[in-house]
Design a protein around this ligand. Structure first.
Ligand SMILES: [Zn+2]
Length: 307
């Protein structure tokens, strides 16, 4: 605020309005006037689309890196389902865990993601040990994956506000919890990314509800998490097979990894619009689809477009 001895909100007239309220109302009136006289017309812009103009997204998130991931990946691949595998690199080449030499090829087309080096409860660990657990896991995984590992899931689902604040400094851009919300919404905070459901929590009902979602829904995401060894223990591999069969091949669905979804939402939010929304600049390295009068419109990476 500039000038005026009376601070905004400190002096109110008989209507209970402060000088700030009056100024805002006046500006609002001018804008409305300009729009109605055609001086300024806003484009009808929306953000309802995933890549390719698809309306929905599906992602899978599986933890711990046991040998049963091999069978799970084989099922995902058969149906074109994609997902993320959160791995404890400190456990590779032991007992029931995957071999380090197979990681790169096994997870081709999926995302290799962190789950800490040794799977501790991070909430009770001193900060420097949290850093070591995350960074060492990233370092080992990156050597195998051949790309920067930027995703994670919390071991035991244990997280805190402190961890949410620490992780970005350790190169982590999203981290999944185990707090299912049973909905299809995108997360408010990618560093406490709550999934739709565990695969034991009414998976087929969720698949059916996801299929039936109307066009009004704002970028619905079906996000399923679990552990591959649970299918082995519960002897219900047919459940995930049936699920993949049901949700596969839908032209309206983007089958994505966790980080692809986080990256896309970030790119979408980074779009720069002119005030009248007729010009848009996409500063990101990936194409983004927005809606213009309800129809998908592709904004190419790095381009400035007149809508
Ligand atoms: Zn785990």
């Amino acid at each position: 605020m500039t000038g005026g001895k009376a601070g905004d909100g400190s002096v109110k007239d008989e209507d209970g309005k402060s000088p700030g309220d009056r100024k805002r109302k006046a500006v609002h009136a001018i804008i409305i006037e300009q729009i109605s006289t055609g001086e300024v017309s806003f484009m009808n812009i929306g953000f309802g689309f995933y890549p390719g103009g698809k309306r929905k997204a599906l992602t899978m998130s599986y933890d711990d890196g046991q040998v049963h991931d091999r069978k799970l990946v084989e099922i995902f691949n058969r149906y074109g389902i994609r997902g993320t595998f959160h791995l404890n690199s400190g456990r590779f080449d032991t007992d029931v865990f995957l071999k380090s030499t197979e990681i790169r090829d096994l997870f081709e087309g999926h995302e290799i993601s962190a789950h800490t080096l040794n799977h501790p409860y991070l909430t009770i660990l001193p900060g420097d040990m949290v850093a070591t657990e995350v960074l060492e896991d990233r370092k080992n995984l990156e050597e195998l994956a051949g790309y920067p590992v930027r995703g994670m899931s919390y071991p035991f689902g244990a997280y805190s506000q402190e961890l949410v604040e620490i992780l970005p400094f350790l190169g982590i851009e999203y981290c999944r919890t185990v707090n299912s919300h049973f909905g299809f919404q995108l997360p408010d905070d990618f560093l406490a990314w709550h999934p739709t459901c565990h695969h034991k929590q009414g998976l087929m009902e969720k698949a059916e509800a996801f299929r039936k979602i109307g066009k009004w829904a704002q970028m619905p995401l079906l996000y399923v998490w679990g552990h591959s060894f649970e299918f082995e223990w519960d002897k219900n591999w047919d459940l995930i097979e049936e699920f993949c069969k049901t949700v596969s091949g839908d032209e309206d669905v983007w089958y994505a990894t966790n980080i692809e979804i986080a990256d896309y939402v970030k790119a979408m939010k980074s779009l720069k619009f002119s005030v009248d929304r007729k010009i848009v600049h996409n500063p990101s390295a990936q194409d983004v689809w927005i809606s213009v009068d309800g129809e998908p419109c592709r904004i190419e990476a790095g381009k400035t477009v007149r809508l």
